[in-house]
Design a protein around this ligand. Structure first.
Ligand SMILES: O=C(O)c1ccccc1NCC(=O)[C@H](O)[C@H](O)COP(=O)(O)O
Length: 242
């Protein structure tokens, strides 16, 4: 639980082909474009965000990367940055950490390269979060395109290796504005004592209040993407609501 016992909000900037975009179900090709990622990130910062969730979607999908641009955005922020997408080896991890980000979110590698992930958890501790991206209870990797094992088995392994935090996404909810999967969040919180960051599906201030009600169970924060871009509410309203 964070010190203030308050839900942290992480507005998302997902970058594809140099543009801030939103996807539906994380599917490549479902993009809606929202312009310059730096302008989007600066807007969330100006609105009072304490965190930015910054994703290199090309790196996640294996369709190239936006590494230089992502680094420029991360370095331009005065707030904390969580960097995600395609961090799978020493080179991509070093590039991510060199941006000065607060932490990185590891997805595919946690499923496909458990030894490397155990090593970087031991080396970097709190700077490493693991993204648990699920359909049902099956994890998905490679930009959410491939099955990667059972959620709870993987969670138990990562817990035993000292993983500091999990970013939990229900892919079926992501980018849909259909509300978060509160059941999934509760179940993950019951299975681990590590903090959980919720991701996917937030559509309203009531959704954020419902996630905030899970702070005592272990939810630390919530990523918000599409709802902000679709202007369902403002970030200022969201920060005031939780
Ligand atoms: O985070 C990743 O690495 C990633 C990889 C492949 C597809 C999508 C990915 N992230 C998406 C996000 O982090 C979204 O920004 C987040 O879940 C917000 O969802 P929503 O509020 O439903 O727009």
């Amino acid at each position: 639980m964070n010190a203030a016992n308050k839900l942290e909000l992480l507005p998302a900037v997902d970058v594809r082909d140099g543009q801030a975009v939103r996807l539906v179900h994380g599917e490549s090709g479902s993009e809606t474009s929202y312009g310059d990622p730096l302008q989007a990130a600066l807007a969330w910062q100006a609105a009072g965000a304490e965190w930015l969730h910054l994703v290199d979607l090309d790196a996640a999908f294996g369709t190239g990367d936006n590494r230089a641009q992502i680094a420029q955005v991360a370095r331009s922020m005065d707030i904390k940055v969580e960097l995600s997408g395609g961090i799978r080896d020493d080179d991509s991890l070093a590039a991510a950490l060199a941006t000065g980000c607060t932490r990185v979110n590891i997805g595919t590698a946690a499923l496909e390269d458990p030894e490397w992930v155990a090593k970087i958890i031991a080396e970097h501790g709190d700077k490493i979060a693991v993204g648990l991206d699920v359909r049902g209870t099956t994890l998905r990797g490679r930009g959410w395109t491939r099955d990667g094992g059972d959620l709870y088995e993987t969670l138990a392994r990562l817990d035993s290796e000292g993983c500091a935090r999990y970013v939990v996404t229900d892919i079926n909810k992501d980018g849909t504005l259909q509300g978060p999967n509160l059941e999934l969040l509760k179940n993950v919180c019951a299975a681990t004592d590590r903090p959980v960051v919720a991701s996917g599906g937030v559509s309203s201030l009531d959704d954020l209040r419902a996630i905030a009600a899970l702070v005592p169970e272990g939810v630390e924060g919530s990523i918000v993407g599409k709802a902000l871009y679709a202007k369902a509410f403002t970030l200022e309203e969201a920060l005031a609501a939780v």
